[in-house]
Design a protein around this ligand. Structure first.
Ligand code: ACO
Length: 311
């Protein structure tokens, strides 16, 4: 049975009225948002690592500048999202602490390595492409600050995906050796990218409640299908082979059929056993520890300033 307060809350959701920080909300709605927005923020921050790895080795000055700007954008996305979580009463320090203690998740995709320059093109194209499909839907999420953060993030993310596709075009239309690298990157990153959308709807623990609350507006499987449908023609344009023999247009459904990913791999990566999980966490904890002197300095300065004002 719903209380009057819960009924009024659900009526607002059903009428597509945004929930704002000072509005009453069920505890579980707040907790679910903190979990999802926090995980999303962590993904943006950890997501800098695989690409940051190639900034010093970008093939031209132009590519280096583009990659540098993109990786900085990801840091900004993390900050918007931590701010959105703060409006729910959860501090950024606390979220970061939970991440570093292994008690919060971030996207599985960032636990795969970027082995060469073609991987950087493929990450921009496939990973940011998948992120956009997910985040365009989230622009309509029921929580106001999260929804508004998504609007800005999607604009920047579109630039990211285009720069990735552009780098892939160079490779795919380049020498046979470059084309081979592009194909190899696509083959390795395809299944990890379609697993970004989470487990299938029947295995997804939070979907039913999150959709009732319109925290999620499309299901994991719907978004995955939308991503696959938009990406296959892009693969064909590049003249690359499809990375999954099961990819076939199904005229009856009006969608591409595809092979079921190996879900045990997703759950394994989420549990911490992907190829780069340990490296990623070590890098984040080290960055946090290395930044301690900056935080100490800022605090000392703030104390001095406050003392001067009182004098
Ligand atoms: N990587 C890591 N964990 C995942 C992934 C994934 N790809 N997919 C699902 N999970 C986790 C969920 O967090 C949940 O774990 P928890 O209960 O411990 O929190 C569990 O697996 C079960 O999955 P769902 O019930 O389907 O979880 P949820 O309803 O949160 O849906 C989804 C998952 C679709 C990722 C959702 O959280 C979402 O849309 N998040 C915002 C987008 C985002 O985080 N993007 C980051 C990657 S893109 C980028 O940053 C560039």
């Amino acid at each position: 049975e719903m209380s009057d307060q819960e009924r009024a809350f659900q009526d607002k959701i059903d009428a597509d009225i945004k929930i704002e920080p000072r509005d009453w909300m069920p505890d579980d709605y707040r907790r679910t948002l903190i979990r999802q927005i926090g995980q999303h923020a962590h993904s943006e921050v950890v997501g800098q690592l695989p690409e940051g790895n190639w900034i010093t080795r970008a093939p031209t000055l132009e590519r280096k500048m583009i990659l540098l700007a993109k990786v900085q954008d990801e840091a900004g996305h993390g900050l918007y999202l931590y701010s959105a979580a703060e409006t729910l009463g959860e501090s950024r320090d606390e979220l970061v602490r939970l991440l570093h203690e292994g008690r919060m998740k971030y996207s599985s995709i960032f636990n795969y390595p970027t082995l060469n320059w073609a991987d950087i093109g493929a990450v921009g194209w496939l990973v940011d492409g998948a992120a956009i499909v997910n985040q365009v839907a989230l622009q309509r999420t029921s929580y106001g600050p999260y929804s508004r953060a998504m609007v800005r993030i999607c604009k920047e993310e579109s630039f990211h995906a285009r720069q990735g596709y552009h780098a892939m075009m160079k490779m795919a239309f380049g020498s046979p050796a470059q084309k081979k690298m592009a194909q190899d990157a696509l083959n390795r990153l395809w299944f990890p990218s379609i697993m970004m959308f989470g487990p299938s709807d029947s295995e997804s623990t939070h979907s039913e409640q999150s959709m009732a609350w319109k925290i999620k507006v499309k299901s994991n499987d719907e978004l995955r299908q939308q991503y696959i449908d938009q990406t296959v023609p892009q693969i064909e344009y590049l003249g690359l082979d499809l990375p999954d023999p099961g990819l076939k247009w199904n005229a009856e459904r009006g969608h591409y059929d595809f092979s079921e990913p190996d879900w045990s791999e997703l759950f394994d990566v989420i549990k911490g056993n992907g190829p780069c999980n340990t490296d990623r966490m070590n890098a984040r904890v080290k960055a946090w520890d290395d930044g301690q002197w900056v935080r100490d300095g800022l605090m000392a300065h703030a104390r001095k300033k406050a003392a001067r004002q009182h004098a």
